[in-house]
Design a protein around this ligand. Structure first.
Ligand SMILES: Nc1ncnc2c1ncn2[C@@H]1O[C@H](COP(=O)(O)OP(=O)(O)OP(=O)(O)O)[C@@H](O)[C@H]1O
Length: 511
């Protein structure tokens, strides 16, 4: 057998104005789990898109040798035929179709009279068993959580006879339990001889699963570290990624919490927009002071996003009741516009669905929530708009050749930065951040934390919803815990631990 199952040699790929990959090399041995790490915009996704034929042969330079054979993939289908399957950051499943239908979409199991449904569901069931997915193959995708959807994608890859599985940030929207399950599944596949490449910003997960770690920086290969030989710690990976030591993950802050309450919510109840009997948020009360960062912890489905969105101008839910006060004054925020005018901002976890217009420029997306701030006499002052966008580009170190670039062309993490810029420019008094560092590299995370510190230093209030407990513990003054739509605990961050938070959740489950 050849030493390497995959060799990518001298790969260079350019987009207008950006050299996304500059002479990149990657060597992967059969049966290993190979991690690709690097800052946002380093070129990780682009490299995998070259490999999978998403960027066809001819649009890049360099060679791909797979199983000893030189490959010139023109489509995704070409690479799949060789057993190379890529699972993207944003899952490509169709919510209204069943697990089985999704699994064989475009690759249907045919009988004499069209699709053979018995065969479809039988085979789907087999692959679901291989990934430990305990559901019926006829269950609709929209009725299962993200963790299980990710397993469906992997089962789908198995149905295509995958030999080299590529996962682009597979755990970014999974909770800790689902992430662990997925990583253990990869380790299990490895024992059976499968090769995987995994892109992730979660360095603890990389240290846990990866045999080798290749670091990309600014479109170039920096190094490949052997985790088996050296048992790599996170600090070592960070050094490779950002080219310097990052001694502290969370910037220090002078605690200057005022007695004044910035926002107070009492008895907040929200019903599901379609299943009108279902309470998604149940009689929740909380507050955040000026100068304070308050964290919201909980498992997926705890109702935190729904709570935040329903407060933010009734962007979610039906039959919303409860009282909301901003700076002691009772408010009725009937829509997003009144919410923004009342000094509230919500940075969504779903940047594509809710936050950004991908076909628009970075500049327009930055000013969108408060266009009037760059208008004179009702007309947008383009110079002013560009200057604002430039300022935030510098502040957040957004990687782009120009603020005129369409947001859709940015890497995932850089899109997140534009979303943050948009809401910072809105200059809110109360800022709700929903998973603000998802898909963000370690260096940029630090910068986002610094911005949060700046905001509270100016006397604003910040609420952070996060599924990463270390981040909540590292950044917040106070932590609320939600479970199944209810508020189940509140504690000062100084007294909080991961165990205490988990036990509050588990205790409330028993009630
Ligand atoms: N279609 C495109 N048009 C123009 N530029 C692009 C396009 N796709 C990617 N780029 C640019 O190429 C560079 C590499 O992007 P890529 O998505 O590969 O980064 P990444 O390492 O995967 O980042 P992240 O961790 O944020 O997902 C970025 O500067 C990005 O803006």
């Amino acid at each position: 057998m050849a030493e390497y199952i995959l060799e990518m040699k001298h790969i260079t790929k350019e987009f207008p104005g950006v050299k996304a990959l500059d002479n990149v090399n990657l060597q992967v041995k059969p049966g290993e789990i190979h991690a690709l790490v690097g800052e946002n915009g380093a070129g990780k996704s682009t490299l995998m898109n070259v490999l999978s034929g998403t960027y066809p042969f001819g649009t890049y330079t360099g060679d791909i040798v797979y199983n000893g054979e030189e490959c010139q993939f023109k489509t995704l289908h070409d690479s799949e035929e060789k057993g190379i399957v890529i699972i993207h950051q944003e899952l490509a499943l169709i919510p209204e179709l069943s697990i089985g239908e999704n699994m064989f979409l475009g690759n249907e199991r045919k009988g004499h009279f069209g699709i053979d449904w018995d065969k479809t569901y039988h085979e789907a069931g087999e692959h679901m068993r291989q990934v430990g997915l305990k559901e019926e193959a006829t269950t609709l995708i929209k009725d299962i959580g993200t963790g299980k959807q990710q397993l469906v994608e992997i089962a789908k890859a198995l149905s295509k006879n995958v030999k080299l599985l590529i996962l682009d940030e597979p755990t970014s929207s999974l909770n800790e339990e689902d992430s662990k399950m997925l990583l253990d599944l990869l380790l299990d596949f490895k024992k059976k001889g499968m090769t995987s490449i995994i892109i992730s910003h979660k360095l603890n997960e990389i240290s846990y699963v990866a045999d080798k770690i290749t670091v990309l920086r600014d479109g170039a290969t920096i190094e490949t570290i052997d985790n088996e030989q050296h048992n790599i710690d996170e600090a070592r990976i960070i050094r490779g990624m950002v080219g310097r030591e990052l001694s502290d993950r969370y910037p220090a802050r002078e605690h200057n919490i005022s007695d004044k309450i910035g926002m107070e919510v009492s008895g907040w109840t929200v019903y599901h927009p379609i299943y009108s009997e279902k309470k998604v948020v149940d009689n929740v009360s909380f507050n955040v002071r000026r100068g304070e960062i308050v964290g919201f912890s909980g498992l997926q489905g705890a109702g935190r996003t729904e709570l935040a969105m329903s407060i933010f101008g009734r962007s979610y839910g039906a039959n919303i009741s409860g009282e909301l006060k901003i700076d002691g004054e009772k408010k009725e925020l009937k829509n997003v516009r009144t919410a923004i005018e009342s000094g509230l901002a919500y940075v969504t976890e779903d940047r594509k669905g809710n936050g950004l217009i991908l076909e628009e420029s970075i500049a327009r997306n930055t000013t969108m929530a408060r266009l009037e701030k760059v208008c004179s006499k009702g007309i947008i002052n383009v110079d002013k708009e560009n200057a604002v966008a430039e300022e935030y580009k510098e502040k957040l170190r957004t990687k782009t050749p120009s603020v005129q670039q369409e947001v859709g062309n940015l890497s995932g993490g850089n899109q997140q930065k534009v979303l943050l810029a948009k809401w910072m420019f809105a200059d809110p008094e109360v800022l709700i951040l929903d998973e603000p560092t998802r898909g963000i590299d370690v260096g940029a995370k630090y910068e986002i934390y610094c911005i949060m510190n700046d905001l509270v230093a100016q006397g604003k209030s910040v609420i952070m919803i996060s599924s990463e407990m270390p981040e909540l513990l590292g950044m917040c003054d106070r932590i609320y815990v939600m479970n199944e739509g209810r508020m189940v605990a509140e504690m000062p961050a100084s007294e909080a631990t991961q165990e205490k938070i988990m036990s509050a959740i588990l205790q409330s489950d028993k009630k």
